[in-house]
Write a protein that binds this ligand. Structure first.
Ligand code: MEV
Length: 313
């Protein structure tokens, strides 16, 4: 029986610096290993077939919604010089799509890894970035590259556009609660909103971006000093700015208020916003449990925790 190529990728959480990272400011992101995407590929003598949540059938008939994936598969086969096979490709995911958890980058990383694996070829970080970066540019207009970099690295990173990600050691005595509003985040619209604000009010937005940069740099210090209280406060300060960028919404605001009332030390959106997920920092597991039940009551569709002691692999 033919080899089954496998590729796995988990999601990501942006701790600090979303949107600012599009403008060349630093951001900090963590791997979100609670959910992942697995792609399996087998060679066949038939037409290439794909099975995923959006479509099941011949790749050549795939709808627009997966045109990025279709292009990614064709580009990767072209890169591998392996265009003469039919393939059977199946993608399984428990990472909710379009929630700011990096599902589009994760799906791409898992596909490229699986295609390299089925042809028994090693993949360099550089080739992975190049292939996946192209697909991300189809998904959203001006991606910073943060999602792809943290997902490919599978560990916490400090990232600045156009530079290699710097791996971070995160070992903090705290628990991060992540809650899904259940509504789709809208990366394209959110990035466009910020860009429109920038065009109409460059001075104000420039100084807000500088403030976000300061908060990201302060986060590095708080992580290093295991300073949970100040990290929480820093997250809430970032949320104030993100609210001015109009990338929060009523449900995210409600979840943030409820988590703080329940004892979180700070809370903010994570990812592009306008839907998707929020994160709340808690001092320990007991506090996280209270925050989780408050978020449940407030209507969260799913709630996860990330022990900040165990983030670095
Ligand atoms: C999306 O996960 C993060 C944003 O900063 C966009 C990007 O970095 O490309 C909103």
């Amino acid at each position: 029986m033919d080899r089954v190529g496998k590729g796995v990728a988990s999601g990501k959480i942006i701790l600090m610096g979303e949107h600012a990272v599009v403008y060349g400011k630093p951001a900090i992101a963590l791997p979100f290993t609670q959910a992942s995407i697995e792609t399996k590929v087998q060679k066949t003598n038939e037409k290439t077939l794909i099975e995923c949540i959006y479509f099941s059938g011949p790749l050549e008939e795939a709808p627009v919604v997966i045109s990025g994936i279709k292009n990614l598969i064709n580009n990767t086969l072209n890169f591998l010089n392996e265009e003469n096979f039919g393939l059977s490709i199946s993608i399984n995911s428990n990472l909710p799509a379009q929630r700011g958890l990096g599902s589009s980058a994760a799906v791409s990383v898992s596909i490229v890894r699986a295609l390299f694996d089925v042809f028994n070829r090693d993949i360099s970080d550089e080739s992975l970035m190049e292939l996946v970066g192209y697909a991300e540019r189809i998904h959203h207009i001006n991606p910073s590259g943060l999602d792809v970099n943290v997902i490919a690295a599978g560990q916490p990173v400090l990232f600045k556009r156009g530079t290699d990600p710097v791996p971070l050691k995160v070992a903090m005595d705290a628990v991060l609660v992540i809650a899904d509003t259940g509504s789709m985040g809208q990366t394209r619209e959110a990035v466009t909103n910020v860009s429109d604000l920038f065009q109409s009010n460059p001075d104000e937005i420039k100084s807000a971006l500088e403030k976000l940069e300061e908060l990201t740099l302060a986060t590095l210090v708080h992580l290093e000093n295991n300073d949970v209280e100040n990290l929480g406060a820093t997250m809430s300060m970032a949320q104030e700015i993100l609210t001015k960028f109009k990338v929060s919404n009523e449900v995210l605001d409600l979840f943030i208020i409820e988590s703080i009332k329940a004892g979180a030390l700070g809370a903010k959106i994570t990812g592009s916003g306008m839907g998707g997920c929020m994160i709340a920092l808690c001092s320990d597991k007991q506090s996280a449990d209270k925050v989780m039940s408050a978020l449940d009551k407030a209507g969260a569709k799913a709630v996860w925790t990330l022990d900040m002691k165990d983030v670095t692999l």
